[in-house]
Write a protein that binds this ligand. Structure first.
Ligand SMILES: Nc1ncnc2c1ncn2[C@@H]1O[C@H](COP(=O)(O)OP(=O)(O)OP(=O)(O)O)[C@@H](O)[C@H]1O
Ligand SMILES: [Mg+2]
Length: 256
C-alpha cells in the first residue's frame, strides 16, 4: 500500500510517496506565500508522478513548520524525528545529522536504530540559516551557484562581525561600498554560518558518522568549510532537501 510524507518548510515543500519500500514519487517546490497552495501543488505533482490517487495513499505523515495546515495528514511529526529517520534510512551508520534549512538549524544525535537520542535547535533568528545566505546573495547581487563558485576563488576572508541578519546585511552593503572583493566577503559570510553551526555541534558533541540535510547542504562552499572546521567528513545525500519528507513517509510506512 502506498504511503506519503510531506514536509512543509519555511522556504520549500517536499512530498515523497513510498510504495513497496521504494520511492514512487519525489517533489520539491517553493513554499511561497501560501503553504496551503504549496501543499496541494506538491501533492498533486507527486500523485501524477506515482500514478496513485490521494485516496489510495494508506497513510500520510506531515512534518515541517507548516505541518499543522495539511488537511489530509493522518499524523504530524516533528522535523527532528523525520530528518533523523530519513538520514538513518539513507545510511544506517550515521549518528549525527546537521539540518540547515531556510529559517532554522538543528543538530540531531541518533542511536544505531535511527532513534533521536539528543538534539539542539536554533530557531530564534535567521542568522546561520539558508535565509541568511539568500539575503546576503541579494546584497552581493549573486545567485547561490555563483556564491559557492566565488568562495573557491580566494583564501582571504573579510570577517562579518554582526550576529544578526539585518545588521549583517547592512555590514555587507558597506563592505561592498568600501571596495572589498565579493569573494572575500562571501568567505566572511560562510565563516559566520560555519561558526554558528560549530558552536551547536560542539555543545551537543558529534558522534560517529555525520550527515548534512536541508537545502544548505546543497551549498558546496558551506559544506566544504564546515568539514574543515569540524575536522570530519560530511556525507551529503543526493537530494538533501527530501530527507525530512522521506523520513515522514518511512514513519507512515512503519505505522501500517
Ligand atoms: N541549489 C542550491 N544551492 C545552494 N543552496 C541551496 C540550493 N537550494 C536551496 N539552497 C539553500 O537551502 C535553503 C532552503 O533550505 P530548505 O529547503 O531545507 O528549507 P526549509 O525546509 O523550507 O526551511 P525550514 O526547515 O527552516 O523551515 C535556501 O535558503 C538556500 O540557502
Ligand atoms: Mg526543513
Amino acid at each position: 500500500m502506498p504511503v506519503a510524507g510531506i514536509d512543509i518548510g519555511s522556504l520549500s515543500t517536499e512530498v515523497v510517496i513510498l510504495h513497496e519500500g521504494k520511492i514512487a514519487a519525489a517533489v520539491i517546490l517553493p513554499t511561497g506565500a501560501s503553504s496551503k497552495t504549496a501543499i496541494n501543488r506538491a501533492m498533486g505533482q507527486a500523485l501524477l508522478q506515482s500514478g496513485f490517487s490521494l485516496d489510495a495513499l494508506e497513510r500520510i505523515v506531515a512534518t515541517g513548520y507548516g505541518r499543522v495546515s495539511v488537511p489530509f495528514a493522518h499524523e504530524k511529526v516533528t522535523e527532528i524525528t523525520c530528518h533523523g529517520r530519513g538520514a538513518h534510512f539513507l545510511d544506517p551508520a550515521v549518528r549525527t545529522v546537521i539540518d540547515i534549512g531556510g529559517q532554522d538549524s538543528k543538530v540531531i544525535c541518533l542511536n544505531g536504530q535511527g532513534k533521536v537520542v539528543d538534539f539542539l535547535m536554533n530557531e530564534k533568528c535567521a542568522a546561520g540559516t539558508g535565509r541568511f545566505l539568500e539575503v546576503m546573495c541579494q546584497a552581493l547581487e549573486v545567485d547561490l551557484d555563483d556564491f559557492s563558485r566565488l568562495a573557491g576563488r580566494t583564501g582571504k576572508t573579510v570577517p562579518i562581525s554582526s550576529m544578526c541578519t539585518v545588521f549583517a546585511e547592512s555590514e555587507v552593503v558597506s563592505l561592498i561600498a568600501e571596495g572589498y572583493p565579493r569573494e572575500q566577503i562571501i568567505r566572511g559570510i560562510i565563516d559566520s554560518i560555519v561558526e554558528r553551526t560549530e558552536l551547536m555541534a560542539n555543545r551537543i558533541g558529534i558522534m560517529g558518522k555525520l550527515m548534512m540535510t536541508g537545502g544548505v547542504a546543497k551549498n558546496q562552499a558551506v559544506v566544504q568549510a564546515l568539514q574543515e572546521k569540524l575536522g570530519t567528513k560530511i556525507e551529503v545525500p543526493e537530494e538533501p532537501q527530501l530527507v525530512g519528507a522521506l523520513g515522514a513517509a518511512l514513519l507512515a510506512q512503519e505505522e501500517m
